[in-house]
Design a protein around this ligand. Structure first.
Ligand code: G6P
Length: 594
């Protein structure tokens, strides 16, 4: 996955496009590039391995009013300058997000005709194909190329014969056009042009278009004209990335606000509540699915719904779901959780579920995202834009929505009242957990050189252990694993010695003493133990090497509170190891490839 931007109008296109790319770095940041027509109408390309900030130094002040830009997350070919977009072939200069699955065959056909390639990318092949088939009719050529490529693509390109136009094509990867006064914008996500316009056209699959300063003309791949539907996007714009020291930390500290907004929004919407009740009361099978952190939220969701509703719930990794021939029919509800709403595996899971007649509920942080188009019901986490790659505030709001849904499905009025009261207290309790920040920073310095870190917990603390571990891996590059505390003695204990840290998460009353037993097994083998708990007395009796005491709360709330010190720990270890936690190597925030 990658980020695309484009601009045509009266401003300096380089500045608009490069500022937009900064907003899209969550989609990848291996390399960046820009293609433009300069003030003399000459096509120019500038590209560079690394962050957009590097490219800005090279190209920010260039003249010209029409440009396309790209920030890359490498799929085909190394993350170097040659493989960076745009790719230039003959008259064309192209940026691409997605994967052309049949690129190898297309490439070898073009090579046989004498075409030389400068990169290892599938994207350069698309550009070369345009150049090869072009006969003066761009639209016709675009349609032919679009039909030849198998896979997913959002494409924007310039053509030397039309110096005031950007051409766009979309299939299975997101692409939006922003319409301003005498200016137009192109982006993978409208957040890139939100500060200029809120008039957005979301391209549908199998559409292509011509963008100029007066707007957009839309077509299908057979050149039939299509109607342009303009939507209003009122996006929260998070300002200039340069001014924030760390998005990861900023976003962790936004958790109380995110929780408050998510709960208020859900309970204020009677239509959403009655639709929720309607969908779940008519179906007898529930599957929760997602990837990465969103999947870890599903694990908490399972525990929550089974506990409150006594409803059997299955969890499936979205990346496995579609390959398992899952048992899904019209009596199934598939709940797909995705911060971005663009993760390819999660999207494909929803498409498969729909094709088998299931109801699809999307839990997402981005209200206009692709996943919402496949959903019968959209539950919106109100975390606000999350920029750092590692999900933090979005995770807690996903869990909160599981709890909110449980409260409206629960038939026992006393329990409902109790859950709602707990939800009211939640932002305050989260703020109290944030006060542990200084202490965590010291602990992080102490443990940042450990050989490995295990996170263990029982009951609801088990899914939390998997998330604590994922966070640490993502932003510190330390080896880490999260598992059920009872499993430690069945293998992993063999790895424990003084170079290993075990983080024991103990927030669930019923199983607290059992988890402390497992932690005793660790300390008696010389392993270091850090305890995160609301049971201070028990922890002191145990005698942990480090102790993080949480504000007291009921079991169901604890995942949303206890994850805060785990996120802060990952953040501080990352800083102590000299890593930028906002942009960990090899990762991207929104993974739009399978
Ligand atoms: C990427 C990110 C993870 C995220 C996962 C799912 O792998 O690095 O932090 O949890 O995608 O993203 P989603 O947008 O679907 O929640």
């Amino acid at each position: 996955m990658c980020g695309i931007t484009g601009y045509i109008g009266k401003r300096k296109a380089c500045q608009v496009v490069l500022d937009g790319l900064c907003m899209l770095e969550y989609r990848g940041y291996d390399s960046a590039g820009i293609g433009l027509f300069d003030e003399k109408g000459k096509m120019q390309v500038a590209k560079k391995a690394g962050f957009v900030s590097g490219l800005k130094k090279l190209a920010y002040d260039r003249q010209g009013c029409c440009a396309v830009g790209h920030t890359r997350w490498a799929t085909h070919g190394l993350p170097n300058t040659a493989n960076a977009h745009p790719h230039k072939c003959g008259r064309f200069c192209l940026v691409h997000n997605g994967i052309a699955e049949n690129f190898a065959g297309l490439k070898s056909d073009l090579q046989k005709k004498g075409k030389k390639f400068l990169s290892q990318t599938d994207s350069e092949v698309i550009c070369a194909l345009l150049d090869d088939l072009y006969d003066g009719d761009v639209l016709d050529t675009m349609g032919r190329v679009a039909k030849m490529i198998k896979g997913s693509f959002a494409i924007a390109f310039l053509c030397n014969d039309f110096k005031d136009k950007i051409f766009v094509i979309k299939k299975n990867s997101p692409l939006a056009i922003g319409l301003g006064k005498d200016e137009s914008f192109v982006a993978s996500d409208p957040v890139a042009f939100a500060k200029y316009t809120d008039k957005t056209v979301y391209l549908k699959d199998n559409e292509m278009g011509i963008v100029d300063k007066n707007g957009l003309q839309l077509f299908d791949f057979c050149k039939n004209k299509k109607t342009v539907h303009i939507q209003n996007t009122n996006l929260f714009c998070d300002g200039d990335g340069q001014k924030v020291k760390s998005f990861t930390k900023k976003e962790i500290f936004e958790i109380p606000r995110a929780l408050r907004h998510t709960a208020n929004d859900f309970f204020a919407d009677d239509k959403i509540i009655s639709k929720t009740i309607d969908i779940f009361s008519k179906n007898d099978k529930v599957i929760l699915t997602g990837c990465g952190t969103a999947y870890n939220a599903c694990l908490v969701g399972k525990y929550t719904w089974e506990k409150v509703l006594r409803l059997p719930v299955q969890t499936e990794l979205a990346s496995e779901f579609r390959y398992q021939n899952p048992i899904v029919d019209k009596n199934t509800v598939v709940v797909a959780v995705s911060q971005s709403g663009e993760t390819a595996d999660t999207l494909q899971a929803t498409k498969l579920a729909k094709s088998r007649g299931a109801k699809v509920v999307a839990i997402t942080n981005v209200s206009h995202s692709s996943i919402t188009k496949n959903a019968d019901l959209v539950l919106h986490t109100k975390a606000g834009q999350e920029v750092a790659v590692a999900a933090t505030k979005s995770y807690v709001t996903q869990i909160l929505l599981f709890l909110c849904v449980a409260s409206v499905l629960c038939k026992q009025s006393k329990a409902v009242k109790e859950i709602k009261k707990q939800i009211d207290d939640l932002p305050y309790l989260a703020s109290k957990a944030l006060l542990l920040d200084d202490k965590i920073s010291k602990l992080a310095k102490e443990h940042c050189k450990k050989q490995g870190v295990f996170f263990v917990g029982r009951g609801l603390d088990y899914p939390l252990a998997t998330e604590g571990s994922l966070k640490l891996k993502e932003v510190t590059y330390m080896h880490s694993q999260g598992f059920a505390a009872g499993e430690l003695k069945h293998g992993s204990l063999a790895l424990v010695d003084k170079n290993v840290l075990v983080v024991g998460i103990v927030t669930q009353k019923k199983v607290a003493d059992k988890t402390f037993n497992a932690l005793h097994e660790v300390s008696s083998r010389g392993g270091k133990v850090l305890v995160v708990t609301q049971f201070e007395k028990m922890a002191k009796e145990f005698g942990a090497d480090g102790l993080l005491c949480l504000p007291g709360a009921t079991d169901l709330l604890m995942p949303m509170i206890a994850v805060i010190p785990l996120q802060l720990f990952a953040y501080h270890v990352s800083v102590a190891r000299g890593i930028n936690p906002d942009k960990p190597r090899n990762l991207a925030k929104s993974v739009t490839v399978e």
